[in-house]
Design a protein around this ligand. Structure first.
Ligand SMILES: Nc1nc2c(ncn2[C@@H]2O[C@H](COP(=O)(O)OP(=O)(O)OP(=O)(O)O)[C@@H](O)[C@H]2O)c(=O)[nH]1
Ligand SMILES: [Mg+2]
Length: 335
């Protein structure tokens, strides 16, 4: 138990985040989501401390798919599954970031998401809703920072983003595992995948499995399509196609098992480290382009060169951002 309120950004406050305490998480989220340049130094410290204290097993799972496919309902069902008594991690809680396109954002939609995720008091579930900006591939400016906070606090963090076809979503650059949630009869998504406009996800869910035959047909179509799109024999993970109903609960534990296997595979294959490095590089480039625009990128010798510099810069993403800024002569070197 803590008595006094910890000073914002201090180790004591970060300790409270690591214990999953709501008020501390909310305060730290507000700090790291603040995009004013004056906040950078304080944020750098917070992100450093959080990352160095995050338990290695903590994981981030992206849920993406077309509007209305049931991503929020599925998140609720998965969280329920993880929290349920008897599950080894039930005491540890779940974090969630729900990203909504700004165009669709209304108080109602956000409240709706929160309301649908109902949990017992004492169950540790922290949901953060935010609006995306179109140019950020389905993410919000603060998504990466928020994920870093929740990943420190909870063994599992879900990130829900809306994604269809080409306006595709960068959720794969923030999550360790990506689940695409499809509804029965979603031929468009299949076409996008066939045309190479959609990354092959790690797990495919045919949701609303309770709809019966039409759901089974969608699953057969996907099973027939996947071998044509994946190259067997590579550092290999075969994406499973799982029928799930959040309403009846069918398939939820199968999905949870598939996610656990995928996480094991990520560790074993070295893919986890690769994805985390990629996430860090993308975060640096995102911060840098937002602050300094295309002219900033040009002064680093163009986007390929900027990406290389970002990938080889030291420290956290915020350190990397400052490193790039000082290389470009745009900011003094980080302390
Ligand atoms: N039949 C059936 N309907 C479902 C199931 N899960 C969700 N739905 C319905 O699907 C609709 C969309 O559900 P949401 O969970 O809001 O879907 P979403 O993908 O989060 O939607 P957006 O965030 O608006 O893109 C709602 O009307 C739900 O009642 C399910 O397992 N079976
Ligand atoms: Mg939703």
């Amino acid at each position: 138990m803590h008595t006094a309120l910890a000073e914002p950004g201090t180790d004591a406050e970060v300790e409270e985040v690591l214990r999953g305490e709501d008020p501390a998480i909310a305060r730290v989220l507000a700090q790291v989501e603040d995009v004013r340049p004056a906040q950078l130094e304080a944020q750098r410290q917070i992100i450093r401390t959080l990352e160095s204290s995050t338990p290695a097993a903590n994981t981030v799972i992206g849920l993406t798919g077309p509007p209305g496919a049931g991503k929020s309902s599925l998140a609720g069902a998965l969280i329920r599954h993880w929290l349920d008594a008897g599950h080894p991690d039930s005491a540890a809680g779940v974090g969630m970031v729900a990203v909504d396109p700004s165009s669709r954002r209304s108080g109602g939609a956000l409240l709706g998401d929160r309301a649908r995720l109902r949990f017992e008091s004492g169950e540790r579930v922290f949901v953060r809703s935010m609006a995306s900006r179109e140019q950020l591939g389905g993410l919000a400016p603060a998504t990466r920072a928020a994920v870093t906070v929740l990943r420190a606090a909870f063994p599992r963090t879900l990130v829900e983003t809306v994604g269809v076809g080409q306006s595709e979503v960068d959720v794969e650059t923030v999550a360790d595992s990506v689940v695409i949630v499809l509804q029965p009869g979603s031929g468009d998504t299949l076409q996008f995948m066939k045309a190479g406009l959609l990354e092959i996800p790690d797990v495919l869910v045919v949701h609303k499995w309770d709809l019966g035959e039409i759901a089974e047909r969608t699953r057969s179509d996907l099973l027939a399509l996947l071998p044509l799109l994946t190259t067997p024999g590579d550092a290999h993970w075969d994406p499973p196609v799982i029928g799930v109903s959040s309403q009846s609960g069918e398939g939820v534990s199968e999905l949870a098992e598939a996610l656990a296997s995928h996480r094991d595979w990520l560790e074993r294959s070295g893919e986890l480290a690769r994805r985390r490095r990629r996430a860090r590089t993308e975060w640096i480039l995102e911060l840098f382009s937002r602050r300094y625009g295309t002219r900033g990128i040009e002064s680093l010798g163009g986007s390929e060169s900027a990406r290389k510099l970002a990938a080889s810069s030291p420290g956290t993403a915020l350190d990397g951002f400052s490193d790039l800024a000082s290389r470009a002569g745009l900011e003094s070197a980080p302390k």
